[in-house]
Design a protein around this ligand. Structure first.
Ligand SMILES: [Zn+2]
Length: 481
C-alpha cells in the first residue's frame, strides 16, 4: 500500500505517511476564474485525479479540497498590478462577479467532461471572506502584519525563521539584487495579506475589514480554505511549479505562523506544457482550450492520454500530431477492450494472450499489479500506457476459455479505475442489429458471394465498425479516427 511521491519540500521521493490513520487530506490550488481555462491549466488536475484514484485503490480515504480563486489574484506575483478578476470584468464589460460565474460554469462543465473525480470541498475565495479576515486578525495580533499606507497589510517574512524553505529561497541574495516592487516593504519577500481598495475608484469586489475596505491577498484564501475544511495539517498539497517561490511559500508562512505546526507533509508540483515548443501566449495564438480539442473531433479522453504520456514533473509539449498519436493509442486500447465482446458469436474463436512471458503472467496472476506499482511510484503514468500498447499487441484471437474473458474484463475495469480513461466503459458491445449484419456477411462469405460481403462491410463502416477477417472468422473494431 506504500505510495511514494516526489516531495518538493524535501527534494526527494518520500513515502507517504498519513497524519491521521487512513485518511489522506489533500489540497489543490484551483483555477483563477477570469478567463476560459486552457489545456495547460487542466494538465495538473488530470494528474491529481489519477493520484486520488491510486490513493483510493490503495485503501486510503481521501478528503480533498480545491479552491476557486475569484478575487485577489493580481496580474503580477509581487503584489503589484491589477486584480485579474477586475481586469477580466473590464475587458468583457460585465462585473467581476459575473466574470467569476461565467468561468466557474465553464470550468465545472469541462471538469465533468474530463471525468475528474470531484473534490469534496470546492470553495470560492469570496465564500470565506469572514474567515480570511479572522485569520488575518490573528496574524496581526501575533505581530506578523504591518501597514503600508494606501496599499495594504503586509506579512513581515523576517519574523519566520523557516521562511522560504520550500523554494530554497536565498533571501540575502534576493535582498542584494532587490528591485523594490512595492514602496514600503520591509523585506523583498514580504507579501500582502489584505489589499486596500483604491481611494479613487470602487471595486466590484470589496469588503470592510479592521484595517480598511479592500480584499484579501491571493495567498490568504488557500491557507484559510485549507484550514477551514481540512484542519491545521494536511498530507498532500498540489499545484503548479510556478507556485513554489511565491504562492506556496507564502501559504506556508501564514499557516505555520498561526498553527506553529507543519502545514503540509508532501508538496507536489506539476510542470508546464508548451505548445509547438513555445510558451503559450495570446500573441502567438496558441492558447488552446478543451473546446478547441473537441471541435477538432477528438475525444477528451485522448487529451488525458496525451497528458499521462509524460510524467507530471517533466515539461510537456502539445502539438496536434501528439494529439493524433494519443487518439490513435486510445482507439487501439478500446478495440482491444472490445475484443471481450466478440467470442459470443464467433463460435470456436476465443481470446487469449500471445506467448509473451511477462505479460501473460501479469494478466493471469495479478491483473493490475504492474500498472498499479508504477503509479504508486511517484505517479509514473508513462509506463502503464506503454504497457497498454504492449497488451494490445499481445492479445490474439484463438481458442481459449470463459475464465480468461472474466479476468480480462476485471483487468480492464481495474485499469479504468486507476487511470480514468474509460477504456472499458466506452467500448460497449455492439448492437444486435450490427451483429446480424456481421453474421449475414459470414453467410455471404461462406457462399462466396463477395459482392454482398463487400456491401455489408460498407454498411458496417458507415456505422463506425471495421471488420477484420481472421482464420477464426470476422472480428469487429471501432474505426480508427
Ligand atoms: Zn493556492
Amino acid at each position: 500500500m506504500t505510495v511514494r511521491l516526489y516531495n518538493t519540500l524535501s527534494r526527494r521521493i518520500d513515502e507517504l505517511q498519513p497524519i491521521n490513520d487512513n485518511t489522506i487530506k489533500m489540497y489543490t490550488c484551483g483555477l483563477t476564474v477570469y478567463s476560459h481555462p486552457h489545456i495547460g491549466n487542466w494538465l495538473g488536475y488530470i494528474y491529481w485525479d489519477v493520484l486520488v484514484r491510486v490513493l483510493r485503490v490503495s485503501g486510503y480515504a481521501v478528503e480533498r479540497t480545491q479552491n476557486i480563486t475569484d478575487v485577489g489574484h493580481l496580474t503580477s506575483d509581487d503584489d503589484n498590478g491589477e486584480d485579474k478578476m477586475e481586469k477580466g470584468a473590464r475587458a468583457e464589460g460585465i462585473t467581476a462577479w459575473d466574470v467569476a460565474q461565467k468561468y466557474i460554469d465553464i470550468a465545472d462543465r469541462e471538469a465533468g467532461e474530463l471525468g475528474l473525480v470531484p473534490a469534496d470541498h470546492l470553495v470560492r475565495a469570496t465564500a470565506m471572506i469572514d474567515q480570511q479576515i479572522e485569520f488575518a486578525k490573528i496574524l496581526d495580533d501575533k505581530g506578523y502584519l504591518y501597514r503600508i499606507a494606501g496599499d495594504g497589510m503586509y506579512f513581515d517574512t523576517s519574523k519566520l525563521e523557516q521562511y522560504g524553505q520550500l523554494a530554497r529561497l536565498d533571501i540575502d541574495g534576493l535582498e542584494a539584487g532587490a528591485r523594490v516592487s512595492v514602496e514600503g516593504k520591509r523585506n523583498i519577500t514580504d507579501f500582502a495579506v489584505w489589499k486596500f481598495s483604491p481611494s479613487d475608484q470602487k471595486r466590484d469586489m470589496e469588503w470592510d475589514s479592521p484595517w480598511g475596505r479592500g480584499f484579501p491577498g491571493w495567498h490568504l484564501e488557500c491557507s484559510v480554505i485549507a484550514r477551514e475544511t481540512l484542519g491545521d495539517q494536511i498530507d498532500i498539497h498540489t499545484g503548479g511549479i510556478d507556485h513554489i517561490p511565491v504562492h506556496h511559500t507564502n501559504e506556508i508562512a501564514q499557516t505555520e505562523a498561526i498553527t506553529g505546526k507543519q502545514f503540509a507533509s508532501v508538496w507536489l508540483h506539476v510542470n508546464h506544457i508548451k505548445v509547438d515548443g513555445q510558451k503559450m501566449s495570446k500573441s502567438l495564438g496558441n492558447i488552446y482550450t478543451l473546446d478547441d480539442i473537441t471541435r477538432r473531433g477528438y475525444d477528451l479522453d485522448a487529451f488525458k492520454v496525451f497528458a499521462l504520456s509524460k510524467h507530471y514533473r517533466k515539461e510537456g509539449n502539445f502539438t496536434w500530431s501528439s494529439m493524433d498519436a494519443a487518439a490513435h493509442r486510445l482507439t487501439a486500447w478500446r478495440n482491444m477492450a472490445a475484443l471481450r465482446h466478440q467470442p459470443k458469436y464467433l463460435g470456436d474463436a476465443w481470446l487469449t494472450m500471445r506467448e509473451t512471458p511477462g505479460y501473460k503472467h501479469i494478466l493471469f496472476d495479478e491483473p493490475f499489479r504492474f500498472i498499479y506499482s508504477q503509479l504508486k511510484d511517484d505517479l509514473n503514468t508513462v509506463e502503464p500506457l506503454m504497457w497498454l500498447d504492449q497488451l494490445t499487441h499481445s492479445i490474439v484471437v484463438m481458442p481459449s476459455n470463459e475464465q480468461f474473458l472474466h479476468k480480462f474484463s476485471l483487468l480492464l475495469q481495474a485499469i479504468d479505475d486507476l487511470l480514468g480513461l474509460n477504456i472499458a466503459q466506452k467500448t460497449p458491445d455492439i448492437s444486435d442489429d450490427l451483429k446480424q449484419i456481421i453474421m449475414k456477411r459470414q453467410t455471404a462469405r461462406a457462399n462466396q458471394d463477395w459482392q454482398q460481403s463487400d456491401e455489408l462491410r460498407h454498411q458496417l463502416a458507415r456505422q463506425g465498425i471495421t471488420i477484420r477477417d481472421t482464420r477464426w472468422g470476422q472480428l469487429w473494431e471501432y474505426c480508427q479516427e
